[in-house]
Design a protein around this ligand. Sequence first.
Ligand SMILES: *Cc1c(COP(=O)(O)O)cnc(C)c1O
Length: 462
Amino acid sequence: MRYISTRGQAPALSFEEVVLTGMASDGGLYVPETIPALGHDELAAMAGLSYAEIAFRVMQPYVNGEIDDDTFRGIVEEAYATFSHDAVVPLNQLDANHFLLELFHGPTLAFKDVALQLLGRILDHFLQKRGERAVIMGATSGDTGSAAIEGCRHCDNLDIFILHPHNRVSEVQRRQMTTVLADNVFNVAIEGNFDDAQAMVKASFADQGFLDGTRLVAVNSINWARIMAQVVYYVASAVALGAPHRAVSFCVPSANFGNVFAGYIAKRMGLPVEQFIIATNANDILHRTLAANDFSKQELKATLAPSMDIVVSSNFERLLFEAYGRDGDAVRALLERFQHEPTALADAPLARLRESFASHSVDDATILEVIREAHHRTQEILDPHTATGYRAAERARADATTPVITLATAHPAKFAEAVVKAGFPGVPLPPHMDDLLEREERYTVLPAELSAVQAFVAENRR
Ligand SMILES: *Cc1c(COP(=O)(O)O)cnc(C)c1O
């Protein structure tokens, strides 16, 4: 198995290289050259297996023997032992045919833990083998930073620097990052906004001279290993509901499209999926593209579901590559045009997408209404991201007899603002986190100056 770029001009890479590389040198994203098949019998044999065992079986072909089976099994077991629920990602039945897949039982209470608990360990394994060290840099306005820190805190060969805008993330989100006191974890509060922090991270990737040759690694959702890890819960949940003998549909609260793209890969591997429903908040580029063929950027809107606030869905490029018949030149031309002006997909690729995907967009007022309505009907308090999914599943499902699984991407305690606005007293943090507000914090405040940030990273990396 090799990995190729969606823009057709970068060299093909091994699994190890693709995990360490991030974006391709031609500006594209890496995808597997062939998608491995999960046959009917292999799926049937997964019934009743542990999540870690299903994870091992689903991911093993992508790892391509580059980590030996026993070691990889150990990595997978360790990654998912950090989850507080024995099922790792339990299904919760809401009504006769609508299920929630609870992806929020990891260390930071959001679905990004599923991928980042694994990615940190895989990176550490490859670096150890090579006798190298690496630095991770990222900017965060919330979820990704804490999940990356939790995924890397035990990694001997990695130092992680996460920049957040000073005084502009919620206290719970800041504390999830700053109370991790490991020697290799560095939180930097930038005296500026999220865009300032992100611009400094981008500039550091573009010119890595300040690190004297140490590798800089990205753990954002363009890293293939994150997609690979997410394929697993589509398979595990569908099997739990009767696949391969019965098809299911999925509804996915979406932003950068990494999560739902993983579902699409599961389908391409052989999982019987009738429909994917993409839920967006008011930042609705995915919905506009699918429903109206309006593939254009619009200004960022701050919503009650902040982890879905995006202008561009970076992983959508991976789906476009498939829709355009893996024509890297066509994808490159489309995305170069998209950078500068509103554009549209060609008819045939759009028709192909509409065979598998439906979409629905949910504004802030509706998010509050859905949190109340879902509670009234099911006694569940949904987080605002999951609320977009709950509504989209009901509005956009093609067939009420096929079970629909809505992905619950965050725990409601993490997004108390929306829950309180919806009229509830708030949701307590789970027991293993209930002293979060008393824990010791450690972070460094720096001006929004590239030279100051790079000097800090260069001095503190081990
Ligand atoms: C990141 C995130 C999303 C969006 O996932 P994508 O893979 O970017 O589409 C949705 N909900 C929550 C809570 C998130 O943290």
